[in-house]
Ligand binder design. Structure first.
Ligand code: ASC
Length: 146
């Protein structure tokens, strides 16, 4: 009986460990969450596909700040697993990766500020700057789809 209980206990402990997300999965989820919960809803407005509601847009822009920072804690050294598109340059050029990350987070702050101005043309410019900073980092540090 004690052995069975011990076996059950060990199984209960090891199952969550075995199913734990890898860093690549964690950052992928965080990037997707950012797109779904904030960046894409704003993109719909920026592309004229959804009406511009200033209060709602500001909520999306403010929400982007913590969401945008989130993925960057999930890049431990050389964590290229499974379908990860991360390139080794993330860790061989850490200063450039850090600079691209900071430029991205700065553009996100600027968008939240622009959202307060309620000037749609200025907001679209700030949104485009965020999208450009996504692309700048991807051009150096994201490889092709696997
Ligand atoms: C997106 C998305 C990206 C960026 C980038 C912007 O919506 O998934 O990776 O915008 O394409 O240039």
């Amino acid at each position: 009986m004690k052995k069975i209980l011990t076996a059950l206990l060990l199984a209960a402990i090891s199952i969550p460990a075995a199913m734990a997300d890898t860093p690549a999965e964690l950052r992928s989820k965080a990037f997707k969450k950012m797109l779904v919960q904030s960046f894409e809803p704003m993109g719909m407005v920026a592309r004229g596909r959804a009406p511009y509601n200033p209060a709602q847009f500001q909520q999306y822009a403010d929400a982007l700040k913590p969401l945008a920072a989130e993925p960057f804690q999930h890049f431990p050294a050389n964590s290229i697993e499974g379908k990860s598109r991360a390139k080794p340059e993330i860790w061989t050029q850490p200063a450039k990766f850090q600079a691209d990350k900071e430029a991205f987070l700065k553009s996100v702050d600027a968008l939240a500020l622009a959202a307060r101005g309620k000037d749609l043309a200025a907001i679209k410019k700030s949104y485009a700057a965020v999208a450009q900073s996504c692309k700048t980092c991807h051009d150096s540090f994201r490889g092709p789809e696997k």
